[in-house]
Write a protein that binds this ligand. Structure first.
Ligand code: GLA
Length: 384
């Protein structure tokens, strides 16, 4: 059966990393305009997702319907969906499988069908469904996500279902079965190379890029067409700004972050209205995005670890392979890759550096590249 939703990893933008609770319809409209004006839409970034804090904190209306916060969204969500659709984009919304969301707004537990119908009527195309304030066992999580998955299907409207229980209950094993198209595999990413553990009542919070790489490596085999591991929204472009904490990354670290997230979903998290050129270059490299959106849909696997350096390999639909050479250490290092380690033969192959978009020297059996601390070199190797 052809997969209609998430055949390749979902791409878009989400409000949380930058705006937190400070969202409103003007910011969402301006973001949709920026996505269109910058050419991000043509690259595939097509979901605009409103995260937590969009609804009336006081509760539902007399019919039990969720209400958009009248101050933040005076024209309502339907009008916003129309605006986003007119620009060739899709609108996402957020809720939680309990009485309250993570930020304390009304959740959807017990209102699954009613909320799904309401969102379908508004023209919602994507639901991020969080898990704060819900029982911690796996069976309950499965039940609650299945219930929302069924409610979404019942509306008859196509809606991408994004599960967000942070990986604690192994959603990679059951996400597809409950109707999910992507599932978070870590806690909240922060704009930091190392993890910042913050004392809050959430199981995982303040995950650094370095830690997320290991989770991605372990779970790579579970992602594929129709269901993807979600490493959380990108921090590219934040540079220490925005709602989530973190000192920001160096350019090489942002490049490593983008290189490895290309193996999963790409949801931008920065303020696109003021996107700087350096970040735009990372988010908008056509050849890098092509690796992410490759129709074979096989996430990259880590095939080699040598000291602090790693080699990741992602086979592509045209028979070539994308290879990431990562240096997680603190001094520059030569990374050696042998053809057999990445599933190629000892024959000459064309090597293209995807970040610089330049062909490098042809190699036969072995390739050596100098990789700077926290840098990732992304190559495409084609064997004629
Ligand atoms: C959780 C999620 C975040 C974000 C916030 C909103 O922490 O993991 O991605 O949605 O809730 O409150």
């Amino acid at each position: 059966m052809a997969i209609s939703l998430a055949a390749t990893p979902p791409m878009g933008w989400n409000s949380w990393n930058m705006f937190g609770s400070q969202i409103n319809e003007a910011a969402i409209r301006e973001t949709a305009d920026a996505i269109a004006a910058l050419g991000l839409r043509e690259l595939g970034y097509n979901y605009v997702v409103i995260d937590d804090c969009w609804s009336h904190k006081g509760g539902r209306d007399s019919n039990g319907d969720l209400i958009a916060d009248p101050e933040k969204f005076p024209h309502g969500i339907k009008a916003l969906a129309d605006y986003v659709h007119e620009r060739g984009l899709k609108l996402g919304i957020y809720s939680d499988a309990a009485d309250r969301t993570c930020a304390g707004y009304p959740g959807s537990y017990g209102f699954e069908e009613q909320d799904a119908q309401l969102w379908a009527g508004w023209g919602i195309d994507f639901l991020k469904y969080d898990y704060c304030n819900a029982p911690t066992d796996q069976a309950t999580a499965l039940e609650r996500y299945a219930s929302m998955g069924a409610a979404l299907r019942k509306t008859g409207r196509e809606c991408l279902f994004s599960l967000c229980e942070w990986g604690g209950r192994s959603p990679h094993l059951w996400g597809r079965a409950v109707g999910g198209h992507m599932w978070r595999v870590t806690g909240d990413i922060f704009d930091s190379w190392v993890s910042i553990w913050v004392a809050v009542d959430q199981p995982y919070y303040g995950v650094g890029i370095d830690v997320a790489l290991d989770v991605a490596a372990d779970l790579a085999p579970y992602g594929g067409p129709g269901g993807w591991n979600d490493l959380d929204m990108l921090v590219v472009g934040l540079k220490g700004k925005g709602h989530i904490a973190g000192a920001g990354l160096s350019w090489l670290e942002y490049q490593t972050h983008m290189s490895l997230w290309c193996m999963a979903s790409l949801m931008i998290g920065c303020d696109l209205r003021t996107l700087d050129q350096e970040s735009a270059a990372l988010l908008m490299n056509l050849e890098v995005i092509a690796v992410n959106q490759d129709t074979l849909g096989i996430p990259a696997r880590r095939v080699k670890q040598a000291g602090h350096c790693e080699v990741w390999r992602k086979p592509l639909a045209d028979g070539s392979v994308a290879v990431a050479l990562i240096n997680r250490g603190s001094s520059g290092n030569d990374v050696v890759v042998r053809a057999s380690e990445i599933g190629l033969l000892d024959r000459p192959k064309r090597v293209r550096n995807l970040w610089t978009q330049h062909d490098c020297h042809d190699v036969a059996g072995e390739l050596t590249q100098r990789v700077q601390p926290h840098e990732t070199i992304l190559l495409k190797l084609t064997q004629p």
